[in-house]
Write a protein that binds this ligand. Structure first.
Ligand code: B1M
Length: 214
């Protein structure tokens, strides 16, 4: 039954049918399906499919935007449930999407998974100047700073943020994790980040591992 409702969630999200999507999610939650399963098997799977279809030319920009908007509404329902499943605070995590990059679905998933794993999460948003990251590190004193970039043209901004942190004399006060579709382990190393994660679940694993040895 849970597999069936996750497929219905996926189908509604790919089709950008927001009302239908929210109904399926609510009914899955009523049936006792775990929020994590809804997210991984329903929502993330659907957004992967959207990405592949767009790449293949089977979906057009307005359709992709419709799915992205539906995803944002779905996350509003799923986020509190994920957080409920793990309430203790593991540390503070600040995350944002770098300058000139508007992609936030993956970044928000990472934020949600980190909240679900028990971290206090400060989600700064998108299209952020390096100084915004610097100010957030000064203000919130996070254990970890996360940056997301989805465009090859915006990836270098992650290095700019690291340089700005160095200039402000606070680079050593925070561990940095980077990710996003075009980002690689090698790139993370090249710009001086501490960690790279390929997806939201890997982010949680790597950060937890880092916190346990810190
Ligand atoms: Co954009 N876009 N987009 N887009 N978009 C991509 C990224 C692209 C690969 C599509 C393509 O051409 N095949 C391409 C980038 C090419 C490149 O640079 N290599 C692209 C382009 C070109 C563009 C525009 C330039 C298009 C245009 O206007 N001509 C434009 C740029 C706007 C801008 O940012 N300045 C643009 C716009 C948009 C929309 C607004 C329409 C929409 C974004 C809506 C939103 O985010 N609110 C959009 C979307 C939806 C996509 C695709 C289809 C899907 C992205 C997504 O949400 N994936 C994408 C194609 C693709 O990725 N296959 C594409 C689902 C999400 C769950 O995955 O974001 O990868 P992802 O996040 C994952 C991991 O990457 C990782 O964990 C996440 C969850 O597992 N992760 C991290 C992400 N951040 C992390 C941070 C971490 C750790 C892991 O640590 C902190």
């Amino acid at each position: 039954m849970s597999t069936q409702v996750c497929s219905q969630i996926s189908e509604a999200l790919v089709a950008g049918k927001q009302d239908e999507l929210l109904n399926h999610i609510n009914s899955a939650l009523e049936q006792g399906v775990e929020a994590e399963q809804i997210m991984n098997e329903g929502l993330v799977a659907a957004m992967d499919a959207v990405g592949q279809r767009w790449k293949a030319g089977d979906m057009f920009l307005p359709e992709v935007i419709r799915s992205a908007k539906a995803m944002t509404s779905a996350m509003e329902i799923v986020r509190p449930k994920l957080i409920e499943s793990n309430v203790k605070t593991m540390g503070t995590f600040v995350i944002g999407t770098v300058l000139r990059d508007l992609h936030d679905i993956g970044k928000n998933l990472v934020a949600m998974m980190m909240e679900g794993a028990g971290f206090k999460v400060i989600n700064l948003g998108i299209d952020l100047e390096p100084q915004v990251f610097v100010d957030a590190v000064k203000e919130h004193k996070p254990d970890i700073l996360g940056m997301s970039a989805l465009l090859t043209t915006t990836m270098p901004q992650m290095g700019e943020v690291i340089n700005a942190l160095k200039e402000a004399g606070i680079r050593d006060q925070v561990k940095i994790i980077v990710g996003g579709a075009p980002v690689t382990e090698e790139y993370a190393e090249e710009i001086g980040a501490d960690m790279y994660a390929a997806n939201a679940a890997a982010t949680v694993d790597k950060v937890k591992q880092m916190m346990s040895v810190a």
